[in-house]
Design a protein around this ligand. Sequence first.
Ligand code: SAH
Length: 350
Amino acid sequence: MDLKLLEETLDDLGEPGYRFDQVWGWTAKGVASYDEMGNVPASVRAALTERVPFSTLELTDQQVSQIDGTVKALFHTTKDRRPVEAVMMSFKDGRSSLCLSSQSGCPLTCTFCATGTMKFGRNLTHSEILDQALHFRRMRAVDHVVFMGMGEPMMNIDNVLATCAKLPDVGVTNRRTAISTVGWLPGIERLIDEKMPVRLALSLHAPDSELRSQIMPVNERYDMEAVLEACTRYGEKTNRDIFIEYVMLERTNDEIFQAHQLGRLLDPKRFKVNLIPYNPTGSIYDASSRQQIHDFRTVLEGYGLRTTVRVNRGRDIDGACGQLAAKAMADADDPAAADERAAAAIDAAA
Ligand code: SAH
């Protein structure tokens, strides 16, 4: 729901200020239409149905993993038909976690990630991000959100933070919200100035700068040393651990000497490591073996680093980390236009 349009429309209808809170309150609780909003007068409900579309996204496709019940939704923005994907993971203990997208496509070109290979569309508005969460909220209660879907959230930090401000109404507190970044420094600095205690995760993926630049070109712009320093400051300010994400690529970043490098690099009091088994995306890499991941982890633990291995979910529906590329949608416009948009987005966010 376009919350700005909602506000303007209610204003235009001469409705009292509390009407916005009523309508948003129902929406955040997962009702499926204006008609279910008991305390909103019928005439207002009718006017809203006419004038404010219930979602800024149209659901195009939805797949459920046969393996673990993970749900992947493909939407298109109603405004300009940009593809957007989001994922819901439900766990045995009753928790359910949403993986949301902040951009349609991604302007960065991490070499192992499928999203970077699709055409970049644009930053999503905060209503378009929120509508992903509301879609799943209409299916069940949700309690965790990670910004690990398509795109680089720190390049769209204003809209991401505006979403975080509304998520508690949907059932997800800031403390249960995590923003994952490639290390886009201006966004991290901006987060440090905020008061929202969201969790920060850094996609590091290499223990030294040279290798990192090879597999994540963004490291040339914002070097990992400066990024780790900014993450440390955020950790100190919020008194929360910072997650390091590290995708395990065979014979690229998974050697034992690299585990030692990483162990020396990270302060175990501040950082936790999450090793991510590589999901096939048609890139040049192969996945590390389970044994290699195990051995790498053992070395890190020797340095006192709390280390987990991510359980990959939704692989059979291309819904796992790095696999979101909106395969179902071949973007119609030409690649040069997409490249231009990507370059403009990078300039705007830098
Ligand atoms: N741009 C942000 C948010 C996306 S998060 C970021 O990169 O942090 C997506 C996570 O999945 C990141 O940690 C990313 O590095 C990881 N990932 C990307 N491709 C992957 C793949 N093929 N297999 C496993 N993880 C991958």
